[in-house]
Design a protein. Structure first.
Length: 592
């Protein structure tokens, strides 16, 4: 079987190791040039001489090598390849002239690359990484296919594209105001800002805006661009549930007359937003294969099941299952943590949270719009923000994963856990046996924390937090930067750990599928008074009541998919939507 050998160039530090990859390679020891020094001073691994033993993968002190079998996809389907030992993308999505197409797959499997190729920001090299890519070769290669017409327009400069970039936090470095920045797109800036709900104070500089506001500004700028194809990379990051729905509505209006391609990991949102989707499967950083387009409902069901029937590909061993009924309300007799009413007064914000309690083994989600005090509440319980009134329960040990993560030490996760091994407040055995495999951290154990991607750092931080023995776990937005697969597996792991250890957890999050899989109950936060000057937190409520309270304010209802039992947002005004509103059942079917 042929191999793919990948060198993760940014992790490879050939001056800081003993070239273990080469020294231990059996073919090299037999005198074959299987691993040689390349022109950049880094190893080049021959895919034809490699025997697939995996010794270099294990010996590399920086986890910089991957050796895999070639995917079933035809080598002739390679659209782009980043270098000899680089990532390769097979096949392309072809967005229809109108409507919304989703792109759904794990991080590192080529979604952003596909968007860049579609827009012409990068010319496809068709796998010939060592030749200058030329449009003439691309057009010749795709002659007679639907991609030909697309690339022909790109090559001639006739296809106008507008891209909403993935990392909106980088906009904060831009010196412009929101209105100036959106105005640069050439269209009506004010109208676009109003469309995404940003009307007041559009003269503020981008550096003064929150992550959620930057996301809305980035979307507004894309809307203000007159284009034929709109490429939207992760529109939900930093947004609360209200704004996620708002973005979905705005993009649906755009899709009525334009072609829109969206990369999104919030499955409930993508399901509501898109008409069809391409799934991407493969091995992160090594290769990605883009499936044929699948109608939306089937696309998400296929994704959850983990099996692409028409291509006979299993891309996940265990299907994700939902349950149609709410979890049984946890018995209040099992109370583990009881907190009194808490208040916090900032100069321009006042938060009050009702008294509540958490049972043994219970995971409770904290939901609600941004700027209603969710993070402040969690910080009060974590002991980092003193309440103005009320005292967090004494004697409750907490372990806290903050919302914003920053790797300050150059150590790797393995170094961190080794340093903590003797610490009684760290369970090294749990970390190694359950959390590292459960959160798929094996491959990044030796990478310096500052070199991790956003999603990798998130998983590392959650693992470190869960490895601290505590009564109460506080996780602030653990799904941020994770792909859909990572969200599902983290949700299940969290619930299992909390149950098994008979502890409690509070989790701030905005992803409904994540919350559904992880939680037994919900606390609901809402704005109070005029202009967002105060917030109120209530609960914990059982799931049914919590969801009803949240969704009534957001004004949407969910039904259940017959096949996978996953929640699906109802179309506004549909028969089910009207019936459920009348019954006051926004999330679960009426109690039977
Ligand atoms: P996704 O958007 O699905 O997370 P990307 O398209 O950003 O995936 O990247 C896929 C893989 O391609 C990454 O793992 C990265 O290693 C590699 N890659 C992306 N851009 C480049 C580049 N300019 N040069 C070399 N490798 C790249
Ligand atoms: P959420 O987590 O629901 O988005 P936060 O708890 O982060 O809400 O913030 C609620 C409000 O409190 C915001 O308006 C924020 O500006 C304000 N706030 C948070 N921390 C501070 C602080 N240290 N000083 C002053 N105001 C703050």
């Amino acid at each position: 079987m042929a191999r793919i050998a990948i060198l993760l160039s940014d992790r490879c530090h050939p001056k800081e190791c003993q070239w273990e990859c080469q020294a231990y390679c059996p073919p090299v020891r037999m005198g074959q040039e299987c691993i040689v020094e390349g022109p950049l001073g880094k190893p080049v691994i021959s895919e034809t001489l490699c025997i697939g033993c995996g010794i270099c993968v294990h010996k590399c002190p920086f986890d910089a090598i991957k050796i895999l079998n070639t995917p079933e996809a035809d080598p002739a389907e390679i659209v782009h390849r980043y270098g000899y030992n680089g990532f390769r993308l097979y096949r392309m999505p072809v967005p229809p002239p109108t409507g919304i197409t989703g792109l759904l797959g794990p991080n590192g499997t080529g979604k952003t690359t596909a968007l860049r190729l579609l827009s012409g920001a990068e010319v496809p090299n068709l796998g010939e990484y060592d030749r200058r890519p030329e449009w003439s070769r691309v057009l010749e290669h795709y002659r007679g296919t639907s991609l030909h017409a697309h690339f022909e327009r790109v090559a001639k400069g006739e296809l106008r594209t507008a891209t909403k970039p993935q990392y909106v936090d980088r906009l904060a470095e831009h010196p412009a105001t929101a209105e100036e920045y959106v105005g640069e797109a050439g269209g009506a800036a004010r109208a676009a800002l109003a469309e995404v709900g940003l009307t007041g104070r559009t003269d503020r500089r981008l550096s003064e805006l929150s992550g959620g506001e930057l996301q809305m500004v980035a979307i507004a700028r894309t809307l203000a661009t007159d284009a034929d194809l709109y490429l939207i990379d992760e529109p939900s990051s930093y947004l609360d549930i209200v704004h996620r729905l708002e973005v979905a509505r705005v993009l649906r209006r755009l899709g009525a007359t334009k072609s829109v391609l969206v990369v999104e990991h919030d499955l409930g949102l993508l399901d509501y937003l898109a008409d069809q989707a391409h799934l991407i499967y493969g091995e992160p950083a090594a290769f990605g294969v883009i499936s044929h387009p699948i109608p939306m409902r089937t696309a998400i069901n296929t994704y959850l099941t983990g099996y692409l029937k028409d291509e006979n590909v299993r891309f996940r061993s265990d299907p994700v299952r939902f349950v149609a009924h709410p979890p049984k309300p946890v018995g209040r007799r099992n109370v583990l943590v009881a907190f009194p009413a808490l208040e916090k007064r900032f100069p321009s914000f006042h938060l009050s949270v009702d008294a509540g309690s958490l049972a043994k083994g219970e995971t409770v989600g904290i939901v609600g719009p941004n700027a209603t005090g969710k993070t402040t509440f969690v910080r009060m319980l974590a002991g980092v923000e003193p309440p103005t009134a009320g005292t967090p329960p004494p004697g409750v040990t907490v372990s806290y994963k903050p919302q914003y993560l920053k790797a300050t030490q150059s150590a790797s996760l393995r170094d961190r856990s080794a340093a903590l091994a003797a610490d009684p407040t760290f369970d090294a055995k749990l970390f190694e046996r359950e959390l590292v495999p459960g959160l798929h951290l094996e491959e990044i154990l030796d990478v310096a924390l500052p070199d991790l991607s956003g999603g990798e750092l998130q998983r590392a931080a959650v693992a470190l937090a869960l490895a601290r023995p505590a009564t109460l776990y506080l996780l602030d937005e653990p799904s941020a930067y994770l792909d859909a697969d990572e969200r599902m597996s983290m949700a299940r792991l969290l619930r299992r750990q909390v149950e098994r250890q008979a502890v409690s957890a509070l989790v701030v999050d905005h992803d409904v599928y994540f919350l559904d899989l992880a939680c037994d109950g919900l606390m609901v936060f809402r704005p109070e008074g005029e202009g967002g000057a105060s917030g109120r937190g209530e609960g914990p409520f059982p799931m049914r009541e919590g969801m009803n309270r949240l969704l009534r304010t957001v004004d949407i209802t969910f039904r259940r998919d017959a096949e996978t039992l996953r929640p699906r947002i109802n179309r506004e005004g549909s028969v089910l939507d009207r019936e459920q509103r009348a019954q006051g059942e926004y999330y679960y079917e009426a109690a039977s």
